[in-house]
Design a protein around this ligand. Structure first.
Ligand code: NAD
Length: 503
């Protein structure tokens, strides 16, 4: 209790400035209010009390930020990669030095538990370091030779880009997009989610204090339908990197069509964890529960469908239910808390609505299935058993600490259920049979698969989904391919014959 009280006082101290100053937009190195003068309130999901007034940006604010990003691109885009690297490494160091402030602010703004958010800043810094290290060679291409010609490819930054992020782990996700864009030589206009604007403000402030030139990273707060839409439609923005719901991705694609926007989408998921009876079941229980009940289940790669072979279904789901019932739900700043409050009452209402739907559809609530306490957006870790794949709880992304368990008979049945959703982000497979692992991973419709493991990220590997879960890949060099244009120059190696026309 003492630790929690200390943490709350520290969080209050960190956020006092936001209460006083509000969360402004940031354009060309200046903190600026919205052109309209309008603000909206961001509330903490812990107690629904306001944390700060936030600038409510719109088209005029996007115009201003794009103008700043366009001006800054003239120098940032031409700066040698090794110079950009130096600056971005300093940004990583500055993030690390303010890790506690970032973590505490994120916990209060999003409801994510400190035990996971304490690493958010470090992961954000790791993103900056990883992509910074590739900046010096990002423009390098290939020499493609024939006896007659030599073709030389190289890459150039595409220009000012828009980054639009969701509220689930905002700091980490923003850096995952912004760091490679900056390393590639692009300048950025960032539109963070309206439910979680605070750490985006910290990021731009930290980056500029560490030496990022003014105008290279700009921030426009506001709602998707105005600030977000204006950014996706702006002719000065060459590409949109978006993380959020599949439906929003579809809207962004049509909004960006007129200006032929390049888009990169990381969207929703309804990811299966498939457990065969020959698996190491103790490890499988730990991994399955970790992947749905950590980060409040508000995680795109959460294993929200548990597919268990019918021979072990009852025992396995009983063990998962036991874990779910033991999980501590509480204040996000309590180091013991695993599940904190969901982001916002609007989202909480959506998650709670699935408890009624599950009952109506005939599933059993084996754990949770209820709100916790009167205050804030707390929901109990939940397990639905006896579900079939046609149920809404098996098809729709609930995005909370809610797991739907479905029995399967054999490999073919598991594949049919696993692939029988519109999404295809990640899949997790538990079996001790190598041949089966190869057959299954050859057939599963998912952009990322883990065998006998929870989601372990390695920044070199491609991250992204298939079907309604996304377009494009992040990580390694894939990020640079998105933020850069590949160009080819052809040189003759011989005095080859040029066709003579007209005589
Ligand atoms: P959301 O789609 O509602 O909002 C995401 C962002 O888009 C916000 O900043 C919002 O303001 C903006 N936006 C909304 N309408 C817009 C419009 N018309 N034009 C431009 N911008 C607009 O998503 P959310 O509820 O904030 O986040 C949860 C979703 O994000 C889930 O579906 C989750 O799976 C997904 N997600 C995916 C990944 C991934 O890597 N695949 C990672 C994290 C979250």
């Amino acid at each position: 209790m003492q630790v929690l009280n200390d943490n709350i006082s520290r969080a209050n101290a960190y956020m006092a400035r936001f209460r006083e100053e509000g969360v402004m937009n940031h354009s060309g190195g200046e903190n600026v209010p919205a052109a309209s003068g309008e603000t909206f309130e961001t509330v903490s999901p812990v107690d629904l009390k306001p944390l700060a007034k936030v600038a409510k940006g719109g088209a005029a604010d996007v115009d201003r930020a794009v103008a700043a990003a366009t001006e800054a691109f003239k120098t940032w885009g031409k700066m040698p990669g090794k110079e950009r690297r130096k600056i971005l490494i300093r940004v990583a160091e500055a993030i690390e030095s303010r890790a506690e402030e970032i973590a505490f602010t994120e916990c209060m703004d999003t409801g994510q538990a400190l035990r996971f958010m304490s690493k958010a800043a470090l992961r954000g810094a790791a993103n900056f370091r990883f992509f910074a290290d590739q900046a010096p060679t990002a423009e390098d291409g290939q020499a493609l030779r024939t006896p007659e010609q030599m073709n030389v490819t190289s890459r150039r930054p595409i220009g000012p880009v828009g980054v639009i992020t969701p509220w689930n782990t905002p700091f980490m996700l923003s850096t995952w997009k912004i760091a490679p864009a900056l390393a590639a030589g692009c300048t950025v206009v960032h539109k963070p989610a309206e439910f979680s604007p605070m750490t985006a403000k910290l990021l731009v402030e930290i980056a500029e204090e560490a030496g990022l030139p003014k105008g290279v990273l700009n921030l426009v707060n506001g709602f998707g339908e105005d600030a977000g839409k204006a950014l996706t439609e702006h002719p000065g923005i060459k590409a949109i990197a978006f993380v959020g719901e599949s439906g929003t991705g579809s809207m962004i694609m049509s909004q960006g069509a007129k200006t032929l926007k390049r888009v990169h989408f990381e969207l929703g998921g309804k990811n299966p964890v498939i457990v065969f009876d020959d698996a190491d079941l103790e490890r499988a229980v730990d991994a399955a529960t970790f992947m749905i009940y950590s980060l409040n289940g508000e995680r795109c790669t959460s294993s929200s469908r548990l597919l268990v072979q019918e021979t072990i279904y009852d025992d396995f789901t009983a063990k998962v239910a036991e874990v779910a019932k033991r999980i501590k739900v509480g204040h996000p700043l309590d180091p013991e808390t695993v599940v904190g409050p969901l982001i916002h009452p609007v989202h909480e209402k959506k998650v709670l609505s699935y408890f009624g739907k599950a009952r109506e559809e005939g599933a059993t609530i084996a754990a949770g299935g209820e709100k916790v306490g009167e205050e804030g957006c707390f929901v109990a870790p939940t397990l639905f058993t006896g579900a079939t794949n046609g149920m809404a709880v098996a098809q729709e992304e609930i995005f909370g600490p809610v797991l739907t368990a479905i029995p399967f008979k054999d490999e073919a049945d598991a594949i049919e259920i696993a692939n029988g959703v519109e999404y295809g982000l990640s899949a997790y497979l538990w079996t001790s049979d190598l041949g089966r692992a190869i057959r299954m991973t050859d057939t599963l419709e998912a952009g990322m698969m883990w065998v006998n493991s929870e989601n372990v990220r390695h920044l070199e590997t491609p991250f992204g989904g298939v079907k309604a879960s996304g377009i494009g890949r992040d990580g390694g060099d894939w990020s640079f391919d998105f933020y850069m244009e590949t160009v080819n120059v052809c040189f003759p190696r011989t005095e080859h014959a040029i066709p003579k026309l007209g005589g």
